[in-house]
Design a binder for this molecule. Structure first.
Ligand code: OSB
Ligand code: MG
Length: 369
């Protein structure tokens, strides 16, 4: 693959409803659509997932732009590549900045799949024709409001309810949800809002039969999580702490978690995601695909990845309409009785709607060889 040019479309889209986590509230999502054209005129798309503020991780929209244009694009345009697995090696000299790397790598994967006339999921070795989906629910003002929101998503057919928690909005709220929905698959995501000092609160959650608790402790910790896991019945799932296969191996060896949330952006791309997936399959650690409030292109990449066999648990990749009035792809991602039917068209399997993309676009920059 000889890449002729890379276009960065900077977009801003407004979420239908604000989304509140323990670290802040999201309403607008600013990100890049990466459009990559090769010397045969074939086009691949990627999407950056970093947020505007460094709340979830240290990367932001602005740092992504800096790293992509100053360092990553020059490395990518240096010489042709045979296979998308080479992209992460090409970027090895650049430390971290995984979301910036992943945005470009995603476009190379789409381009590669399209050139080979394969749907992306088949290019990755995935087999599932449909994937189970859950939903991530932001922190609500009251338990009553939360129960109401959960009810709506249960009725829509979502297979697993993930509720964001923080100190003061945890046990009592989840207890109400459990009371109204005794059998629903329920889990909590703390986004690092607790420390080991909160162990009594966290232990109380064991009463509620949660599938897992996601990232209860610090974003960069695997030591205290191991201590906590040894005291908890509820499985711990790590999100923020896992940036690579090596991080996953260390966390599993230490007993810091029993489940891993794989986010393509957080680990630097699909190639690294596959490595973590394969390692977890070998270790019998269940994985699922996390979300970053993506628009359609990022969502399509998540869907393709989720077709790999160790993605045993429902992921956070919900339908387009859960987030947006109008997504940038056609057709939009739809959820039917809690499943997404995986598209069989070449590449990401959805068409980018140029008119819609331009309606959300702030600016555009082209980088050529
Ligand atoms: O921790 O998984 C997370 C959203 C923003 C930042 C972090 C997280 C989330 C979600 C929503 O849980 C996932 C989604 O619906 O895309
Ligand atoms: Mg999370």
């Amino acid at each position: 693959i000889s890449i002729r040019d890379v276009t960065l479309h900077r977009l801003v889209m407004r979420l239908k409803d604000p989304f509140t986590t323990s670290f802040g509230t999201f309403q607008e999502k600013e990100f890049f659509v990466i459009e990559m054209e090769d010397d045969t005129g074939c086009i691949g798309f990627g999407e950056s997932v970093a947020f505007s503020s460094p709340w979830y991780s240290e990367e932001t929209v602005e740092t992504n732009k800096h790293i992509i244009e100053k360092f990553l694009i020059p490395l990518l345009l240096e010489s042709p590549i045979e296979h998308p697995d080479e992209v992460s090696k090409r970027f090895e000299s650049i430390k971290r900045n995984n979301m910036a790397k992943s945005a470009l790598e995603g476009a190379v994967w789409d381009l590669f799949a399209k050139r080979n006339k394969l749907p992306l999921y088949k290019a990755l070795g995935g087999e599932k024709q449909q994937i189970d989906v859950g939903i991530s629910i932001g922190i609500q003002p009251t338990a009553k409001a939360l129960v109401h929101v959960v009810e709506g998503f249960v009725n829509e057919g979502y297979k697993r309810m993930k509720v964001k928690i923080k100190p003061g909005a945890d046990y009592e709220m989840l207890k109400e949800v459990r009371k109204h929905f005794p059998d629903v698959l329920l889990m909590a995501d703390a986004n690092s809002a607790y420390t080991l000092k909160d162990i009594n609160t966290l232990k109380k959650l064991d009463e509620l039969g949660l599938m897992m608790i996601e990232q209860p402790l610090a974003h960069d910790d695997i030591i205290d999580h191991a201590k906590l896991q040894s005291e908890l019945e509820t499985p711990i799932c790590l999100d923020e702490s896992i940036h690579s296969l090596e991080d996953a191996r260390k966390a599993v060896e230490l007993g810091s978690c029993k489940i891993i949330n794989i986010k393509i952006g957080r680990v630097g791309g699909i190639t690294e995601s596959k490595k973590i997936h394969d390692y977890c399959a070998q270790q019998e650690i269940a994985v699922w695909c996390g979300g970053m409030l993506e628009a359609g292109i990022g969502r399509a990449h998540n869907i393709a990845l989720t077709t790999l066999p160790q993605f045993i648990l429902p992921g956070d990749t919900a339908g387009s309409s859960r987030y947006w009035d109008r997504d940038i792809i056609d057709p939009e991602v739809t959820v039917d009785k809690g499943v997404i039917h995986v598209p069989n068209k070449p590449g990401i399997g959805y068409e980018v709607n140029r008119e819609v993309l331009e309606s959300f676009r702030l600016d555009k920059t082209v980088y050529s060889q």
